[in-house]
Unconditional design. Structure first.
Length: 386
């Protein structure tokens, strides 16, 4: 389970280190930095998947994702004694991301290349990476260190060089995560690769979830929900069918879902008291379809180590939000859950859970901060040096 999340130099996240629990709830006004935190988690996941460079390119490049405020924010600026102002940059451009579990931690520092004649002078470069044992980084527990193209690993009381020419756009995960040579790195890559993100399933008239799908076993619902009938049937056959039905009745009393499709193309039928015939997916309201998608995602037979839900209340009637909170709390027994929300009824219901870690965000001088958490009150954290 993630114990700590750290972000520095990314959008409004000037330097933020957050404690994490089994169930985490991120709240705050519009523009407080909730979406930036969500994106930072996705960037971390990208280090073990398609690469952080590609993910940053989809955001408009590194320059678009960097903190746009001054390099240093003094106490006098914070108090309003002097105006917010920039100065001559003394440190290189840097975007840093990291996390720690109770067993391992990882951090990455991304910057810009030295200007040259290359067409790719604006490509982000990985300046350093670090993997360590334990919940926080110290000199003696570092297992692997990467600076520029040179990578070394711990070997007894010394170090062993693994690579000296690693490309600046390649992470150690993509090139060196070998189960024999670096089992810790391999395990971390597999762990990050299993993180799952759900952000506003489409429910419009042409949404993939309203279209027919192929009938193959689907233990993990796709990001766009096009395989909802197959995922639902998979839960019935190899997952927690009783729990799925109970969660459905909690939100829609007396309702049931039937999956048809002997021709290999399953379809979903929604039965509800008072209706003489079941409704197909194409006929469902936006809110009902979206809730069925959330049910399939949160009752997956293969729970991820981290499940991230960004504004799951979108398109839902307020009366469904208490049931959604119970669904999320149930999912937190199987996965670590991170919820970003601004729906008051959902927030109130989740806060009632004794294990809910509430992170109320606010802006101060365009910098995202956590209410009630001072600069010295976050979890211990130290960034690796380039």
């Amino acid at each position: 389970m993630l114990q700590t999340l750290a972000v520095a130099g990314y959008r409004s996240l000037f330097d933020l280190t957050l404690p994490m629990a089994r169930l985490n709830l991120v709240i705050g006004d519009n523009g407080s930095g909730k979406s930036s935190l969500y994106r930072a988690l996705r960037l971390l996941a990208a280090t073990a998947r398609d690469g952080v460079g590609k993910a940053l390119a989809e955001e408009g490049g590194l320059e678009s994702a960097l903190w746009a405020g001054p390099e240093h924010i003094s106490r006098r600026m914070m108090s309003g004694e002097v105006p917010l102002q920039g100065s001559v940059r003394s440190r290189p451009v840097s975007l840093r991301l990291g996390f720690a579990t109770d067993t391992f931690g990882y951090a990455i520092d991304v910057g810009l290349p030295v200007p040259s004649q290359s067409l790719f002078d604006h490509d982000p470069q990985i300046k350093c990476e670090s993997v360590w044992a334990g919940p926080f980084r110290r000199g003696g527990n570092v297992l692997l260190e990467r600076r520029a193209g040179s990578v070394r690993r711990r070997a007894g009381h010394g170090w062993e060089v693994l690579e000296q020419t690693l490309a600046s756009f390649d992470s150690v995960f993509s090139q060196l995560a070998d189960p024999q040579c670096m089992p810790e790195l391999f395990m971390l890559r597999e762990y990050i690769g299993q993180w799952r993100f759900h952000h506003q399933f489409r429910s419009d008239a042409t949404a993939p979830a309203r279209q027919p799908c192929m009938g193959i076993r689907t233990p993990v619902l796709s990001d766009d929900g096009h395989d909802l009938p197959a995922a639902w049937q998979t839960i019935i056959e190899i997952g927690d069918d009783a729990g799925l039905k109970a969660s459905l009745r909690d939100a829609f009393p007396g309702a049931r879902v039937q999956i048809d499709g002997n021709d290999g193309r399953p379809s979903l039928r929604f039965h509800q008291p008072g209706l003489l015939r079941p409704l197909a997916a194409a006929e469902l309201s936006d809110g009902t379809l979206r809730y069925l998608l959330l049910l399939a995602a949160l009752h997956t037979p293969r729970p991820p180590p981290l499940l991230v839900l960004n504004e799951p209340e979108t398109s839902l009637h307020p009366d469904l939000l208490p049931a959604l909170a119970r669904l999320i709390i149930g999912a937190s027994a199987r996965s670590q859950v991170w919820v970003v929300s601004h729906a008051s009824r959902l927030i109130a219901a989740l806060k009632e859970h004794p294990g809910c870690n509430v992170l109320p965000l606010y802006k101060e001088l365009s910098q995202t901060r956590v209410e009630g958490m001072g600069n010295l009150e976050g979890p211990p954290w130290s960034w690796p040096q380039r």
